[in-house]
Design a protein around this ligand. Structure first.
Ligand code: ADP
Ligand code: MG
Length: 582
């Protein structure tokens, strides 16, 4: 007996719908894409009950003739590609010819369309569960209207998996934002249960973002633009005022198509790495254009993913473009502190510093060799202090300290106000990072070495951490009985803060027990925070200058490792405006 039969096309469509249509948001996605592909200049989206009850999309695009409207609901019927070569050069959002039949197979659908060259006369079809129930002539405006009701009404198992109305609604709002940012020239209106959510008139990218996020974002985003080889990147990226605790305001488009790619997002976030903490996400909307042949968009039935022939090239393009723009993130680069003439770090650290704490902790204190070569602290400090200032014109400029908290100085374009604690934090942080990757930092000997006692669990973990602490400039020796002696500390650190720093780092490590990049990040930023001068510390004129000069020699002078601003710039322009001179 033959048991293999070809499935009826309705069932095939329902199965296919499983891949293409996950929920109401996928319907909205496919329909918006179709409207965009049809060159619409206005698209209205109305949803009811989170799109589960009804989704209605109306556009003013090219429309379809009576025959095309019927054909559009056949599987693999598309006007967008004709032969296999076309797959390598797709310039439309759709191309698989699967969306409409899939949606129609799992909902009650009414579609009407009037083709652009036909005189306001077109057709309307009603399809329930993939079955054409009605077809009639229709007069009206050019364009297309598609109403999708009761999604999954005929597949209860799928309907059960839908999320709550609010979750579905949120996903749709996110999606509409995504498409409206990608297509600022198209006017979008979006209603949920007859309530207006978005009303966007035709615009440019910057104003589209402002229309969606409110005018305050305009001061908090910077444009980004770069080309490299066959790639072009442009868009807007947010500063720290746009940081949110949850993801959702990040947009990456490749050749006009919104893509989700962990790798590419991580490229963007990594450029912010030292500016924002983990779990904080800044806004960005970037567009990458590249030759179609370096891209495969036909990887996922719903086209959520794309594949690149060289994703690392893209990774570096994003990371370097972001980093470049972020340098100016608060537009505070004062002209006199020109980055190009920053002082060369000409401090010579002794080669082959002996780590005072050998990686293998032995129980016998006598097995430790004392450091063979000690840094001459006085000399290093002198050298540090005699570093040339960024611009000798500034030599005579006074740096005031107010409330033992902020430093103020004059620059060519106005004045800058610097938070002394976060400035020092930024300096120590970058020093420590560089020290861990490089040759290590000099130490200062403690006149009265400190002993620290640990629990035996923590003590066992110490050998993992000591080499890193030692690179930053701590000199640590085992003392026996779960106790260590701190004999030296980083030379830029104030005496007395060492116990806190070390304890906090060990405590964190005892939870993670893994040395990875996020732990090193934690360690360096904890060190920087705990070791830096505090608000309330009085600084001598010499110390102030040292701090300011060192700050402007850092890579990111504008934000502390935790993301707080370091510098505020008050331009002469701004002052003139405030005093009504202009
Ligand atoms: P695809 O978009 O992959 O071609 P769809 O099933 O989404 O497949 O749509 C099938 C065809 O129906 C499209 O190729 C297009 O010709 C036509 N179509 C769908 N929606 C619209 C619309 N809003 N305006 C004009 N034509 C449309
Ligand atoms: Mg489509």
């Amino acid at each position: 007996m033959n048991v293999i039969k070809k499935l009826p096309s309705i069932i095939i469509d329902q199965i296919a719908a499983g891949e293409v249509i996950e929920g109401p948001f996928s319907v909205v996605k496919e329909l918006i894409e179709n409207s965009i592909d049809a060159y619409s200049s206005e698209i209205s989206i109305m949803i009811y009950g989170g799109g589960i009850d009804k989704i209605h999309i109306v556009d003013n695009g090219n429309g379809m003739s009576e025959d095309d409207l019927q054909n559009a609901f056949n599987r693999h019927a598309t006007s967008k590609i004709i032969n296999i070569e076309d797959l390598n050069n797709i310039n439309t959002l759709g191309f698989r010819g699967e969306a409409l039949p899939s949606i129609a197979a799992v909902s009650q659908l009414k579609a009407s369309s009037i083709y652009k060259d036909d005189d306001n006369e077109g057709a309307e079809v009603i399809i329930h569960g993939g079955e054409m129930l009605k077809k009639r002539k229709k007069v009206g405006n050019k364009g297309t209207s598609i109403e999708v009701s009761n999604l999954f009404y005929n597949i209860p198992a799928r309907k059960k998996f839908l999320k709550t109305v609010n979750t579905e609604k949120r996903k749709i709002i996110k999606l509409v934002k995504e498409y409206s940012i990608a297509n600022p020239n198209i006017a979008f209106t979006f209603y949920s249960d007859d309530k207006e959510i978005l009303k966007l008139t035709s615009s440019d990218l910057k104003n589209r973002i402002i229309d969606i996020y409110g005018s305050s974002i305009s001061n908090n985003m910077i444009s980004i633009q770069n080309t490299k080889d066959a790639y072009e990147i442009y868009g807007y990226i947010g500063n720290l005022n746009t940081v949110k605790k949850s993801k959702g305001n990040q947009y990456i488009y490749i050749n006009g198509r919104s893509v989700t790619s962990r790798l590419l997002s991580s490229a963007a976030f990594s450029a912010y790495q030292s500016l924002v903490s983990r779990g904080e996400f800044p806004f960005f909307a970037i567009f990458i254009n590249m030759p179609n042949e370096l891209l495969d968009v036909n990887v996922h039935p719903a086209k959520y993913e794309v594949r690149f022939s060289n994703e690392w090239q893209l990774y570096h393009l994003i990371k370097s473009s972001f980093s470049e723009s972020l340098k100016d993130v608060m537009s505070v680069i004062p002209s006199m502190y020109n980055k190009d003439i920053k002082p060369k770090d000409n401090i010579v650290y002794p080669e082959n510093r002996v780590l005072p704490f050998p990686p293998n902790l032995s129980s016998s204190p006598s097995s430790f060799t004392p450091t063979s070569e000690q840094v001459d602290i006085e000399k290093v400090n002198d050298r540090l202090k005699s570093l040339p200032t960024p611009n000798s014109d500034n030599e005579g400029k006074i740096i005031w300290q107010i409330h033992n908290k902020y430093l103020i100085t004059e620059i060519n374009s106005g004045i800058v106000i610097i938070d002394q604690h976060v400035a020092h934090e930024r300096i120590l942080y970058e020093q420590a990072k560089a020290a861990i990757d490089g040759r290590g930092l000099p130490s200062q000997k403690l006149l009265f070495p400190e002993t620290i006692k640990f629990s035996s669990e923590e003590y066992l973990l110490l050998p993992d951490i000591i080499p890193y602490l030692s690179k930053i400039g701590f000199e640590i020796r085992e003392f026996g009985q779960d106790t260590i002696i701190v004999e030296g500390i980083p030379s830029d650190m104030e005496v007395g803060k060492e116990i806190n720093v070390i304890k906090e780092i060990i405590e964190k490590y005892s939870h993670s027990k893994e040395i990875n990049s996020s732990f090193i990040e934690y360690m360096t930023s904890t060190y920087a925070c705990k070791a830096s001068v505090k608000a309330g510390d009085k600084l001598s004129p010499h110390e102030r200058r040292f701090l300011v000069d060192k700050l402007f020699a850092t890579e990111h002078p504008y934000f502390c490792p935790h993301g707080r601003p370091v510098i505020i710039n008050l331009s002469i322009d701004e002052l003139d405006k405030r005093f009504e001179r202009k």
